[in-house]
Design a protein around this ligand. Structure first.
Ligand code: AMP
Length: 394
C-alpha cells in the first residue's frame, strides 16, 4: 500500500485526509478547528469510526499537526503502516504558478511572499507547511495551488482596467481561485455527458461557503469570477463578491481602516451581512419562516448567479453544460431550480424531478431535450490534490 496525506491549512483550522494512492479510498480524515483560540475542536474518522478531541486549546499549526499525528497513532491507521509517499498541501495563492510544485525552501519563501495578495490564506498554508516539513522531513511535500488552473486565463479576462504600470508593479491582476475544484468538476462533467473535455464548452458553479463561477472551453478557463483575491465575484457566505470599488473609498474617507474594511468585506458581508446567517441551510429556514432580510439575501445571491451564467454563456459562444458543485451546489435543489428557471429563455431546461431527487452522485438534472445540459457533480478537492501530489513526485 502507498498513501498520500492531504493537508489543508486555514487561518484557524487544519483539515486532512489520508488517501490510498492506488485504490483512492479515503483511509482517514479529520480536522482541528479554532487553532489559537481558548478551546479547539477536533475530530478523526477512520474505519467507519469517528473520535472527537477533548477540546483543549491548540496554540498553532505545529501543535495541531502533533495532535493529528497522535490521533493517527491512537485511532489508526498508524502512519508507519501506510507507506506515506507524499504530503499534498492546499495553497490558496500560487501567483503565476500553474503546476503542483515540490516544496523547497525557495518555494516556501515564494508562498510566504504571496501573503501580500492572500494575507489570511497563505500565511496559514506556510505555517502548516513548515510544521509538516519539520515533522516529516523525509517525505516530499507538494504544494497544489488554488490559482493554478486559472494561470492560463486569457489576458482579456485576467486584466483589470487600471493603470497598467501600477498593476504590474503590485502584481495586480485576476488570478482566480477554487481552481482544483473547477478543474476536477469540469473533467468529471465531460465524463458524465460522454464528451471529450477538449470539445466541451461549460460553466461550473462552485457554491460552498466560498463561491465562484468559471467558464471553461475545451478544458481551459476562459473566465472566472474570483480575481486578485477570493473576494471578487459571486455573493458568498461572508464575502461580498462584486461591488463598486468606490464603496471601499467611501468607507475609507469615512475613517474605516484597511483592517476594518478587510473584515467587513471578507467576514461580515455576503449572506451573513444581509441576513445574519452565512449557512445556506439556516438561510433557507429563515426564508421559509417569512424573514424578509433572508429573502433579499437569497434574491441577491440568485441575481448575481444568473448574471454570471448569462455572461459566461455569451463568452463561450453558447455553453453546452452547466454544472453545480460544493456544499450549496450539490445539496440545495431549490437554489438550483431558482437559478436554472431564470435561464430557461437561454435554453437551460430543468428536469424538476431529477433536480429534486435525493442523490449524491454525479448526475444530469436537465430534460433530455434541453439545449444546454445541467448537471450536479460532487467536487473532491482532496482527491484531486492527492493525485497531483503523486504526479509531482513521480
Ligand atoms: P462547503 O464550503 O462546500 O462545505 O459548503 C458549505 C455550504 O453548503 C454551507 O452554506 C451549507 O449550509 C451548505 N449546505 C450543506 N449541506 C446543505 C444542504 N443539505 N442544503 C443546503 N445547503 C447545504
Amino acid at each position: 500500500m502507498r498513501s498520500v496525506l492531504v493537508l489543508n491549512s486555514g487561518s484557524s483550522s487544519l483539515k486532512y485526509q489520508l488517501v490510498d494512492a492506488d485504490s483512492e479510498e479515503v483511509l482517514a480524515e479529520g480536522g482541528v478547528q479554532r487553532i489559537g483560540e481558548s478551546g479547539a475542536t477536533s475530530s478523526h474518522s477512520s474505519g467507519g469510526r469517528r473520535t472527537d478531541g477533548d477540546g483543549r486549546p491548540v496554540a498553532d499549526h505545529a501543535e495541531a499537526l502533533a495532535l493529528v499525528v497522535s490521533a493517527f497513532a491512537e485511532h489508526g491507521p498508524h502512519l508507519d503502516d501506510v507507506d506515506l509517499v507524499a504530503v499534498g498541501h492546499r495553497v490558496v495563492h500560487g501567483g503565476d504558478r500553474s503546476e503542483p510544485t515540490v516544496i523547497t525552501d525557495e518555494v516556501l519563501a515564494e508562498i510566504e511572499d504571496l501573503q501580500v495578495l492572500a494575507p489570511l490564506h497563505n500565511r496559514a498554508a506556510a505555517t502548516g507547511i513548515r510544521a509538516a516539513r519539520e515533522l516529516r522531513p523525509d517525505l516530499p511535500h507538494v504544494a497544489v495551488f488554488d490559482t493554478a488552473f486559472f494561470a492560463s486565463l486569457p489576458a482579456a479576462a485576467s486584466t483589470y482596467a487600471i493603470d497598467a504600470e501600477v498593476a504590474a508593479r503590485h502584481r495586480i491582476r485576476r488570478y482566480g481561485f477554487h481552481g482544483t475544484s473547477h478543474a476536477w468538476v469540469s473533467a468529471r462533467g465531460a465524463e458524465l455527458v460522454g464528451r471529450p473535455l477538449s470539445e466541451l464548452r461549460q460553466i461550473v458553479l462552485h457554491l460552498g461557503n466560498g463561491a465562484s463561477a468559471s467558464a471553461v472551453d475545451g478544458g481551459r478557463p476562459v473566465d472566472t469570477s474570483m480575481g486578485l483575491t477570493p473576494l471578487e465575484g459571486l455573493v458568498m457566505g461572508t464575502r461580498s463578491g462584486d461591488l463598486d470599488p468606490a464603496v471601499v473609498l467611501t468607507l475609507a474617507r469615512a475613517g474605516w481602516s484597511t483592517e476594518d474594511l478587510d473584515a467587513l468585506l471578507n467576514k461580515r458581508s455576503g449572506l451573513l451581512g444581509l441576513s445574519g446567517v452565512n449557512d445556506f441551510r439556516a438561510l433557507m429556514e429563515r426564508v421559509d419562516a417569512g424573514d424578509e432580510a433572508a429573502r433579499l439575501a437569497l434574491d441577491v445571491y440568485v441575481h448575481r448567479l444568473v448574471r454570471y451564467v448569462g455572461g459566461y454563456h455569451a463568452l463561450l459562444g453558447g455553453a453546452e453544460l452547466l454544472t453545480f458543485t460544493a456544499g450549496v451546489g450539490e445539496n440545495a435543489p431549490r437554489l438550483r431550480a431558482a437559478v436554472v428557471q431564470r435561464l430557461r429563455p437561454l435554453g437551460f431546461v430543468l428536469d424538476e424531478e431529477a433536480n429534486g431527487a435525493d442523490r449524491r452522485d454525479a448526475r444530469t438534472i436537465s430534460t433530455p431535450d434541453s439545449p444546454v445540459t445541467v448537471a450536479v457533480v460532487p467536487t473532491n478537492e482532496e482527491l484531486a490534490i492527492a493525485r497531483q501530489a503523486l504526479e509531482a513526485v513521480g
